[in-house]
Design a protein around this ligand. Structure first.
Ligand SMILES: Nc1ncnc2c1ncn2[C@@H]1O[C@H](COP(=O)(O)OP(=O)(O)O)[C@@H](O)[C@H]1O
Ligand SMILES: [Mg+2]
Length: 202
């Protein structure tokens, strides 16, 4: 069975493409056949990431180039979507995916936007297949743990894994590779967060 995972968020720049590329990398590393689909027509982040090098070990395709029947060839399909989706598109996304992953930063404005998106998805009965993941989490302090608890108390499913803020993720985007392949003293720590998240949700 193919597992289709969409990554979406109410705001842009929260880390969707970073997670999409790295979750695909983690799935590949655990020997699963994975396809990353770029559905962000405007920015095309995952596609641009892949185009910066030949360093991604899995296929990245534009949504327009994917035949729906082909999805069955893969164990995992990851959809990198555009930020601030229209409600109509979100409803469709909920119908055609097994899991919706909503990355969120920990600033009050980002958490607020994430709550709005979750309110909609819960009302649509898509709450069961939706999970928030806190990302770009500052390496020090416990703010993210507190936010994770607050969201859970409000009935929102939040991943245990916190994806921390590491320069290695930014370097990876610049170089078109995965964080585990950049020369950075904390590259392994960044990759560990990705592996933990993939074990939790894939
Ligand atoms: N965990 C992280 N640590 C450090 N920088 C990050 C992290 N996640 C994302 N970023 C950076 O934040 C910016 C936006 O990330 P991106 O994945 O492109 O977001 P989106 O796809 O939601 O617009 C990029 O510069 C990216 O390198
Ligand atoms: Mg993006």
């Amino acid at each position: 069975m193919t597992k289709v995972v969409a990554i979406t968020s109410e705001k842009g720049g929260v880390g969707k493409s970073t997670l999409a590329v790295h979750l695909a990398g983690a799935a590949h590393a655990s020997n699963r056949k994975v396809l990353l689909i770029d559905e962000d027509g405007r920015v095309g982040s995952s596609l641009r990431w892949a185009a910066r090098s030949s360093g991604l070990p899995f296929p990245v395709l534009d949504a327009g180039d994917v035949k729906p029947r082909r999805l069955a060839d893969f164990d995992v399909v990851i959809l990198d979507t555009e930020g601030r989706p229209r409600r109509k598109d979100l409803r469709q996304l909920a119908q055609r995916t097994d899991l919706i992953l909503v990355p969120s930063g920990v600033s009050p404005l980002e958490v607020e936007a994430t709550r709005e998106l979750m309110d909609f998805l819960l009302a649509e009965d898509a709450g069961r297949k939706t999970r928030v993941v806190l990302t770009r989490v500052p390496p020090v302090g416990r703010a993210a743990e507190d936010i994770r608890e607050d969201l859970r108390e409000d009935g929102i499913t939040v991943c245990n894994t916190l994806v921390r803020q590491y320069a290695a993720f930014q370097r990876a985007a610049e170089q078109g590779v995965l964080a585990c392949d950049v020369r950075d003293p904390r590259a392994a720590a960044a990759w560990d967060d990705v592996l933990a998240l993939s074990r939790e949700i894939l």
